[in-house]
Design a protein around this ligand. Structure first.
Ligand code: WTA
Length: 654
């Protein structure tokens, strides 16, 4: 990390927005002044750009920290805000989704059509007995029905839990159980890398033999036919979307729900083996998702074509595919597949074809395009792009410069946006028409957001120093808790700086001489691989769940393309070691983790070692393993129970 910091600190390039961009930008410098003058009034004003069935009179109730309530006596319907109100305002013919499947099939869906589909789907869900507060799991490819499903659940005041389609049946099952989902919405499969990736079979497996597990809560599975792969069918439980939804009535009244009505649960990795169900509610979440999309992505709904490349299985897909852009009435591209199928220029072909004006993606994607070379994007006309965004992990200055030059035609501003599943929406970012940007820095808190960088005791470190990122005041789209575990919520985020009442984000950060923020990665056992959060402990428990493994330790090692990579060190049981060759075992364990958690968690390297470095109290010293994984000289080993262990491990790894 230290070489990275040194490198960042020598970065002194600056890019001001062009006068034309600044003149037309929605986010202006006045916003900061307004928010500084009266933070709550500022957020109230943003909230009022939504439609409230019952206007709120109270902005923030922070009487029981850390449990915040925003706009608490107001009532709204989230789906109405994303759909009906645009149709009622005369924009029903505007395209909401420019969808493209991986094989090249296309659909253009207007706001009127999407509203119609969501109303029908809402009627179907209600017909299946789903009501206010019930949980619905969504396990789908990136197809329009996925967005429609989320909105249909929101429309009836139920709670969705979207589970990324790349997760395994096991991961799906534990999330369905934790939330007690009543219905699962899925598809037969989706297209990924030119093949059908089956989804319904994974749902069947998750809902299959439960052994001694908790009782089944799922009553129905609603299935979109996408790929036509063979699926097994349970007549009592399973329903085809294409049978039920078109046949349902297109009349559905969007009833108002309280601002604090839960909207969704989204599972994310923490520092323990068990994923946390992050809970978000309605009014505050939608306010900040819409506001940030408007001012950070500079959305002009009548002229822009926005494309956020995230999957709806992640928070970025929730806030900047479904809720933010649709609340703003924007037109956006939705793409089912991978960036390199059927050819490595696929994304740029889509930018050209749909005249995308704003692209929002992750540094890992940019770095892999960079590796392939500029010749590929140069084959396409990318002149429509006027703004670029980055999210999910720190973006290194080289990738930032490449993004600007090669994709952004040397003119498009880049907004590097820092936020988390927990924060619900962007927190730290440049405003594209205001901020002079610096390659590699996320820079400044948005208007209405209060952050700081502090030391371990909560003291401000001041400009020129590094420390821990904290959020010092509640914000509208903040998580309201962890599903079913209020204690873990308090413990994970609020205990560390209890005295000051700060939210602890888990990220290291540094303030430069101008007070701009540079993010330095996680300070806990959470890894960030290709912008996806993974827990070291979760992968370790998957590994030790394999019968060949006696012990396992996992670290995130820096990786040129993916930011970090999963590197695991395992001790194999004697009996297995004798009977199997190590390479075969390593390969087996890689796929094992893929089956247990999902392909994204598969270790890049599996090192079979004889011992793990432990302190006298038995704690694994991951820091030392990270040194080995990154090919560095091993650091201070004096606190190890057996100081010779590291040289043995280093030798085994080579
Ligand atoms: C990291 C994704 C540096 C950070 C929206 C955070 C970033 C975690 C940035 C949250 C950024 C996200 N610069 N680091 N612009 N954006 N991160 O919950 O470590 O999937 O804590 O939310 O990603 O990941 P999550």
């Amino acid at each position: 990390m230290s070489s990275q910091i040194d490198h960042l600190l020598t970065e002194n390039r600056r890019f001001a927005p062009s006068p034309e961009f600044a003149a037309n930008a929605i986010g202006t410098a006045e916003l900061y002044a307004q928010a500084d003058a009266d933070r709550e009034a500022f957020w109230a004003e943003q909230a009022r750009s939504l439609h409230w069935h019952t206007p709120f009179t109270e902005v923030l109730d922070w009487s029981n920290p850390p449990f915040a309530q925003w706009f608490t006596d107001g009532e709204l319907n989230v789906a109405y805000n994303c759909l009906d109100r645009h149709v009622e305002a005369g924009n029903g013919d505007r395209v909401a989704l420019l969808w493209e499947g991986e094989p090249g099939d296309e659909r253009r869906i207007t706001y009127a059509e999407l509203t119609d589909e969501v109303k029908r789907a809402a009627n179907v869900l209600e017909g299946l007995g789903v009501g206010h507060g019930d949980r619905v799991a969504i396990y789908m490819p990136m197809i329009p029905e996925a967005v429609a499903a989320m909105l249909a659940v929101a429309r009836i005041g139920a709670i969705h839990s979207v589970i990324f389609g790349g997760f395994s049946a096991d991961s799906l099952r534990s999330r369905i159980d934790d939330a007690g989902a009543k219905v699962v919405i899925t598809a037969d499969g989706g297209y990924r890398k030119g093949r059908v990736s089956p989804l319904k079979p994974a749902v069947d497996q998750a809902l299959g033999d439960r052994g001694a597990g908790p009782q089944e809560t799922v009553e129905h599975v609603l299935v979109v036919k996408r790929t036509g792969n063979e699926v097994s069918w349970d007549d009592d439980r399973d329903i085809w979307w294409h049978d039920a939804v078109p046949a349902a009535s297109a009349d559905h009244e969007a009833r108002p729900f309280p601002a604090e009505n839960p909207l969704f649960i989204l599972y994310t990795s923490g520092t323990t083996g068990k994923p946390k169900g992050i809970l978000h509610t309605s009014g505050g979440y939608l306010t900040q998702a819409a506001f940030t999309n408007k001012v950070v992505h500079d959305i002009h709904p009548e002229s822009d074509v926005f494309w956020c490349t995230a999957d709806i299985g992640w928070i970025t897909g929730h806030s900047y595919v479904t809720y933010g852009p649709l609340a703003n009435g924007a037109t956006q591209v939705l793409y089912e597949g991978t960036p390199d199928t059927p050819h490595p220029g696929r994304w740029w072909e889509l930018v050209e074809k749909y005249r995308v004006t704003i692209l929002y993606t992750a540094p890992t994607a940019i770095r892999s395009f960079m590796k392939l070379g500029r010749a590929i994007p140069k084959k396409f006309d990318l002149s429509s792009l006027r703004l670029l965004g980055s999210v999910g992990e720190p973006i290194n200055p080289e990738a930032w410069m490449w993004y600007r030059k090669i994709i952004g035609n040397k003119t498009a501003p880049i907004v590097d946006t820092w936020w988390q599943t927990e924060t619900g929406a962007i927190m730290v970012s440049a405003l594209p028409g205001v901020t002079e940007t610096k390659p590699g820095s996320a820079q400044v808190p948005l208007p209405g957001i209060a952050i700081d960088v502090v030391d371990d005791d909560g003291n401000r470190v001041g400009n020129g120093n590094g420390g821990l990122l904290v959020i010092t005041k509640p914000w509208p789209s903040m998580l309201r808790g962890i599903w079913g575990d209020p204690e873990r919520f308090v413990e994970t985020y609020w205990e560390k700086f209890q005295k000051q009442g700060y939210y602890f984000a888990g990220d290291g950060a540094r303030l430069d001489e101008d007070g701009d923020v540079w993010f330095l990665g996680r300070v806990d056992d959470v890894m960030n691989v290709s912008g996806h959060r993974l827990s070291t402990t979760e992968i370790e428990s998957a590994l030790v769940g394999n019968e060949a493994v006696a012990e396992a330790a996992v670290v995130g090692a820096s990786d040129e393309t993916t930011g970090q990579a999963v590197v695991s060190f395992v001790i194999i049981k004697e009996s297995y070691l004798a009977a199997h060759d190590p390479e075969g075992l390593a390969a087996q364990l890689r796929s094992w983790v893929g089956e247990q958690i999902g392909a994204i968690a598969r270790p890049r390297d599996v090192y079979i070692v004889g011992e793990l470095p432990k302190t006298r109290s038995g704690k694994i010293m991951r820091r030392l393993l990270r040194d080995v994984a990154e090919g560095r000289e091993v650091g201070d080993t004096t606190t190890l129970a057996d100081t010779a262990v590291m040289s043995i491990i280093s030798a085994q790894v080579k």
